[in-house]
Every structure is written in structure tokens, then in C-alpha cells.
Design a protein around this ligand. Structure first.
Ligand SMILES: C[S@@+](CC[C@H](N)C(=O)[O-])C[C@H]1O[C@@H](n2cnc3c(N)ncnc32)[C@H](O)[C@@H]1O
Length: 306
């Protein structure tokens, strides 16, 4: 059986999940291997989920993050862990004279990003965020990072690299998970999914992807101030949500949880059916499909380098 067969028949397996099953703490190398496997088999999945959920004013989280970039020709922007490139596309469509760069460690994601943007519009690099060798010191006005900082460990080298590449007065903005209690019903979704995941890997949750300090508003601000002691640091919380046929809402909601990807297809299906029951808001719409709603808390970290 090939790796691909194994991963599609039994859920994602990696050296990271192997460590967890032996009650061991996975190292940074295992984390990278796990993320590579996830993004090989589920390329572009973040975009599918994140572009559907919107805040009260109708913006999705990419659009909220993109607002940090001033609409001025020549501004140099780096999308860190750009994945399949949705944020770069938003920026390019808004102003074709921005100087855009994207970095990601996963070639499958970068191939999608490359395919969606005109030749020469963006410089894309296959790199790890901990070591941005292709990006010069003080060469970027805005670094953005959409839903990826949460996955990085070690995190301090990443923040040091951002500090190095930012020009004086430059800004770093990252979109990450917000506090669970900011969005109604979110913790129930989290607990349901982690219940299924922990039945397979009891340590998943106690040990999770990335550095846990990124997951709380206070520790995120604290960490940012440690690496950028002289900078202005803010963390804003918002909520994005979606409504629609409940089976689609449940699938999108589950897509925000990397943990759900370790479930074998049969268990994943059962989990989705229970999640649908949790998210249902009305019995039926006119087309006889049950409707559901999901709300997701988000934080936008903003650092202005002095
Ligand atoms: C949840 S996806 C987000 C992708 C994109 N920013 C978006 O929101 O659509 C996380 C991305 O981070 C990348 N990634 C995770 N850790 C990384 C690291 N240490 N260096 C570079 N890329 C990394 C993954 O390859 C993946 O494309």
C-alpha cells in the first residue's frame, strides 16, 4: 500500500502522530513532516473554509488582514506561509503595482498560488518561515501571515526573521484563532471534534500543532512584545461565521481543525453527522435542506516596527 492509500484510508499519519501515540512529545522536524503530509493530501483546504466565513460587515478573514496593506503603488508585501495564494490574489486584484512576495514550505500549495496569479506578478519561494534566506534585511514594508503562525514551532526564530526583513516603520499582521468564548457555540464544536480525535490519539490537544502561546490573546501579545520590545503591539478579536445547508456548514467548520484530518473516513463521516446535529438552526429551508450556522473566533495581531 502506498503512503497516499494509507493516508486516505486511515486518516493522516506521520512521525508527529506516531510520537503522540507513544505518549512522546514530537519535535520540530516531526511537526514539519506532519504539515507537509496534511498539505499534500488536502492542498488548498484552508482557503475553502476561510473564504466562506464572514464578519458582520461581510469581510472574510483574508480581506480583514489585507486591510493592513496601504493602497499605495510600490508597497513591498510578504505573505508568510501563503499556501494556495488567496491573500496574494486579493492584494494583486486590488493594486497591480504592489511588490508581492509569497513564501511557503509546501510545493503543492505554491503550485496553486503560482497558477492563479499572472506570470511575474508575485515572487514565490519554497522556504521555511524560520529561515527566510531569499528575503533581504529591511526589504519589506508589510509582512502578513494568515492562519499559519499557530502551526509554527519553534516560533521565536520566525518572529526574529520577520523583524529582520521588515523595514523601519514596517508592519507585521497575523490572523490566528481567537478566544474560544468570543464566538457562540465554538467551544462545543471544538470539544466534539477533539472528543473523536482523542478517542484515537488521547494526547492530541494536550499536545497540539505549533507553539501554544499563539493560541491565547494574552500570551500572543506577550510573545510579540518580547521579540519586538520597542514596537506597538495590538491584538483585535473578531468573529466570522457562515450559514447554509447544515452538511456544508459542518464540513467547513471541521475544516478549520487540523486535528479532524487524522480521523479515518468512516469516523470522520460519523463526526460530521454529529456536528451537523450540533450546528443545525432550523428544520428545513424551501429546498428541503436543513440549515446550519457556525461561528469562528479570530484574532488579528498587529506589530509596527520602530
Ligand atoms: C492553514 S494553511 C494557511 C495557508 C494560507 N495562508 C491561507 O490562509 O490560505 C498553513 C500554511 O502554512 C504553511 N506552513 C506551516 N508551517 C510553515 C513553516 N514553518 N514555514 C513555511 N510554511 C509553513 C503550510 O505549508 C500551509 O501552506
Amino acid at each position: 500500500m502506498t503512503n497516499k492509500d494509507t493516508n486516505s484510508q486511515s486518516g493522516i499519519k506521520s512521525t508527529w502522530t506516531d510520537s503522540l501515540s507513544k505518549n512522546q512529545k514530537p519535535d520540530g522536524k516531526a511537526l514539519l513532516a506532519h504539515l507537509r503530509t496534511v498539505h499534500q493530501y488536502h492542498t488548498g483546504f484552508t482557503e475553502t473554509c476561510a473564504s466562506t466565513c464572514r464578519d458582520k460587515t461581510g469581510r472574510n478573514s483574508y480581506e480583514w488582514l489585507a486591510e493592513i496593506v496601504p493602497d499605495i503603488d510600490g508597497i513591498r508585501v510578504l505573505d508568510l506561509a501563503c499556501g494556495s495564494g488567496p491573500l496574494l490574489k486579493i492584494l494583486y486584484d486590488r493594486n497591480k503595482n504592489l511588490k508581492l512576495k509569497g513564501v511557503d514550505m509546501c510545493p503543492e500549495e505554491l503550485a496553486i498560488a503560482k497558477g492563479r496569479l499572472p506570470e511575474g506578478a508575485v515572487d514565490l519561494f519554497e522556504l521555511k518561515a524560520q529561515n527566510l534566506t531569499a528575503i533581504n534585511d529591511n526589504s519589506i514594508d508589510v509582512v502578513l501571515c494568515h492562519w499559519a503562525l499557530t502551526l509554527m514551532n519553534p516560533i521565536t526564530p520566525v518572529l526574529n526573521e520577520i523583524r529582520r526583513v521588515l523595514s523601519p516603520g514596517g508592519r507585521f499582521a497575523a490572523l490566528v484563532n481567537g478566544p474560544m468564548n468570543a464566538a457562540p457555540g465554538y467551544s462545543d464544536v471544538h470539544n466534539l471534534i477533539y472528543g473523536y480525535v482523542q478517542a484515537k490519539l488521547p494526547k492530541y490537544g494536550e499536545i497540539d500543532l505549533g507553539d501554544p502561546r499563539i493560541r491565547s490573546t494574552d500570551s500572543l501579545g506577550h510573545l510579540a512584545r518580547e521579540v519586538f520590545p520597542e514596537a506597538k503591539v495590538t491584538v483585535e478579536t473578531s468573529v466570522v461565521s457562515m450559514k447554509g445547508p447544515v452538511s456544508e456548514v459542518a464540513e467547513t467548520a471541521a475544516g478549520f481543525f487540523y486535528a479532524s484530518l487524522i480521523l479515518p473516513p468512516e469516523t470522520h463521516k460519523i463526526m460530521l453527522s454529529e456536528l451537523s446535529n450540533l450546528l443545525v438552526v432550523s428544520k428545513q429551508s424551501r429546498d428541503f435542506k436543513k440549515q446550519g450556522r457556525f461561528a469562528m473566533p479570530i484574532n488579528r495581531l498587529l506589530i509596527t516596527k520602530q
